[in-house]
Design a protein around this ligand. Structure first.
Ligand code: NAD
Length: 693
């Protein structure tokens, strides 16, 4: 038939098999193969019914997203669905594993669906900023209750086979061999009247107007400014109020608008960016990996506890070490209270919590790490403490164990030099809270073995993180860029903005939180320590001293009840504080700056373009492998809005020439070389190119 579809007839039933690994993506070849197979089954008088089947793991993962950026090739999925609709013989989808997006739409255009018990069905298009564009929004609410259909489509949530059966989405859940069981089912429906979902009425009782007004209000609240969920609601309403073909037209038009819109482009960029991060040019995919079956974490503080949880969460036993019994007990009880909070919210079962806690062993003897395959150090951020720890680790860790450091600022090579096995040392920079945040910055030392790097990247994925690798620079990718962002945020205060204006402008842009809320949360004393170091190391780096003035008043942020804002006891909500205004006024007088009105647009540009400019330098220096890795770092570790695709992608969509021109304007008015345009930005802007070409 074709390389990706196979056709056979068994006992008068056509078996159309899809074989397009790894996920049975509905590529052009697969769609053409399906069309041909359907035509053959329709034309053969000896064929009384047909079955479409995929692999055990994937009925079909849906459309090939790469094709969204190209003109549609024929036949497209709606053409295949039309051929299914025209079929005069029972057509049965045999669903093993996942039926997602276009894959589920293919199944919905069959007369019947039979599923293996472990199958998962869903329309996750919303996660890429689009909607099911091949009849999904019209067929799903005609086969399952409207409220459930809207929920599935606006959240992208999957349903398992049993739930699908309960909802009416599948006709039968079968045990044993899926094809054999489906053939039996197909035989049983030969001769019965054909049931097309498109001929059903939408499953909605009561007045559609009232129902959709309520749904719209709720979805608007949850969709945080993303357009796709509300467009899906509009399509669902069309399913309830219009004939099928008119509803399909609505769906097509809305899909076309979304797929070319900025939100979907950004989300698709992020989707691919995430899959790129583990590709390292000089580390072949078949690099032999080391086994990681057990772990140890040194330091049971804020980070060590979260890192230990990350291992336990995926079933890897872990030994948590600290220097005193008290410290290790404190660490364990924090872990337990974190898990208990998740249990009380209903997001974790008690027995699962118990299982995870039982995987975490505590100890104050370093010798207890001797069997661990990986040891992650999370002790105090001081080179002497780190080197001492690594020296001891070297003495007790088993040969071949990976020795990882969670340092945020220190030189991994210097830490590695304390051991006899620098090839086994690597940086694994988790983000706080380590059990929640997805970003894992992996720092490759000069001597890090390729197998250690490849194993750490794989482990990052096992831990359900997004591992991003790079060579070393002070402050790493994320924090290196953040320093420039921070520098601008303080200058904005000097010049006349208030913390609340800056934070509001950034929140409106879509950042999870503005810089001053973030500083107050992290603790202003931490930044103060770094700046004090910087004043010595980089006297050329111009800083506003306004944050120092805030710290000098003991305003360290949430933990002291006041920082750039004030806080009521037990409440993390930032409240504007007149005292801060007084400190600002005094500082402006001290540096003889007359405050001016600053627009939100300028605030956003100065902060975001500071990230972009430094990102370009980092890329140019080869510290980041690709622009999309920088985007991933900001999307998963720094609260950058996914619908803007990351700072580098955002700059690409604004246009690099325009970004450069704004930077040139800033350069004229400001001190030092803080706005020196990155050479790579200048070059790409001149050539009319993008960071993410
Ligand atoms: P923390 O002060 O909360 O915890 C450090 C723990 O290490 C303490 O419990 C301490 O008793 C223990 N410790 C110190 N010396 C030890 C030794 N020789 N052997 C065993 N245990 C020892 O610190 P933290 O915030 O968890 O930071 C730990 C590391 O993670 C630092 O390198 C830090 O830079 C890095 N980091 C922190 C964050 C963050 O947001 N806190 C984020 C990323 C990375």
């Amino acid at each position: 038939m074709s390389d990706v579809t196979h056709y056979a007839v068994r006992d008068g039933i056509a078996v159309i098999s899809m074989s397009n690994p790894p996920v049975n993506g509905l590529s052009n070849a697969l769609r053409a193969g399906l069309m041909a197979a359907l035509a053959k089954a329709a034309a053969d008088a000896a064929v009384k019914a047909a079955v479409i089947i995929g692999s055990d793991k994937f009925f079909s993962g849906g459309a090939d997203i790469r094709e969204f950026n190209k003109p549609r090739e024929k036949p497209d999925l709606p053409d295949v669905n039309d051929a299914q609709d025209a079929m005069q013989k029972p057509l049965v989808a045999a669903i093993g594993g996942f039926a997602l997006g276009g894959g589920l739409e293919l199944a919905l255009a069959c007369h019947y669906r039979v599923a293996a018990p472990k199958s998962q069905l869903g329309l996750p298009e919303v996660k890429l900023g689009i909607l099911p564009g091949s009849g999904g929004t019209q067929r799903l609410p005609r086969v399952i209750p409207m409220a459930e259909a809207v929920r599935m489509m606006t959240t992208g949530a999957f349903v398992g086979a049993e739930k699908a059966k309960e909802l009416g989405l599948v006709d039968e859940v079968v045990q044993g061999n899926l094809l054999e069981a489906t053939l039996v089912f197909a035989k049983s429906v030969i001769g019965k009247p054909l049931k097309r979902i498109r001929d059903n009425k939408a499953k909605l009782d009561g007045d559609p107007k009232a129902f959709f007004a309520k749904v719209r209000e709720q979805v608007a609240k949850e969709s945080k400014g993303y357009p796709a969920p509300l467009e899906i609601v509009a399509c669902a309403e069309a399913a309830a109020t219009l004939p099928f073909d008119e509803g399909r037209k609505e769906e097509r038009d809305r899909f076309a608008r979304l797929v070319t819109g900025p939100e979907s482009k950004s989300l698709r960029h992020a989707f691919f960016a995430e899959r790129q991060t583990s590709k390292i040019p000089d580390v072949p995919e078949d690099t032999p990996l080391r086994a990681v079956k057990s772990a140890a974490v040194i330091g049971a503080g804020t980070m060590g506890g979260g890192i230990a949880m990350s291992f336990a969460n995926v079933g890897i036993p872990v030994t948590l070490i600290d220097v005193t019994q008290d410290a290790v007990e404190r660490g364990i009880s924090k872990i337990k209270s974190n898990y208990a909070a998740t249990v009380s919210k209903g997001r974790l079962k008690q027995d699962e919590m118990d299982r995870r806690v039982s995987l975490i062993k505590k100890s104050i003897q370093l010798i207890d790490i001797k069997d661990a395959d990986i040891i992650v150090e999370a002790v105090f951020e001081r080179m002497d403490v780190k080197q001492e720890t690594f020296k001891k680790l070297d003495a007790v860790a088993k040969p071949g164990a990976i020795l990882a450091t969670n340092t945020s600022t220190l030189d991994v090579d210097q830490i590695a030099a304390a051991t006899q096995r620098p090839q086994d040392v690597i940086g694994t920079h988790f983000f706080s809270p380590a059990n929640v945040m997805r970003l894992l910055e992996v720092v490759r030392g000069k001597h890090t073995d390729k197998g250690v790097l490849a194993t750490t990247m794989k482990l990052g994925k096992t831990l359900k993180k997004v591992p991003v690798v790079y060579g070393e620079c002070d402050g790493f990718i994320g924090n290196g860029m953040l320093e420039k962002y921070g520098q601008q945020s303080l200058f904005l205060l000097d010049e006349g903005a208030s913390p609340q204006q800056v934070d509001a402008a950034l929140a409106k842009f879509g950042m999870a939180m503005g810089p001053f809320t973030m500083y107050d949360m992290a603790g202003n004393d931490i930044g103060w320590e770094i700046r004090k170091r910087r004043y010595q190391e980089r006297p050329d780096f111009v800083y506003s001293k306004i944050a120092d003035r805030i710290c000098e008043q003991g305003r360290f942020g949430q933990k002291t009840g006041k920082g750039f804002y004030k806080y009521e006891a037990g409440n993390r909500k930032p409240i504007a504080d007149d005292e801060v205004q007084k400190i600002l006024d005094a500082y402006r007088s001290e540096i003889k700056v007359k405050p001016r009105q600053i627009s939100d647009e300028e605030i956003v540009q100065r902060l975001i373009y500071a990230l972009v400019n430094e990102g370009a330098n980092i890329l140019d220096e080869g510290i980041a492998l690709r622009a999309s890795d920088i985007d991933m770092v900001y999307l998963t570790g720094y609260g950058f809005p996914p619908y803007r695709g990351g700072p580098m992608f955002y700059a690409d969509s604004v246009g690099l020439a325009q970004v450069l021109s704004a930077i040139n304007t800033f350069q004229k008015g400001y001190k030092g070389d803080q706005w020196k345009p990155a050479p790579l930005l200048v070059k790409l802007a001149k050539e009319g190119r993008k960071f993410n070409d």
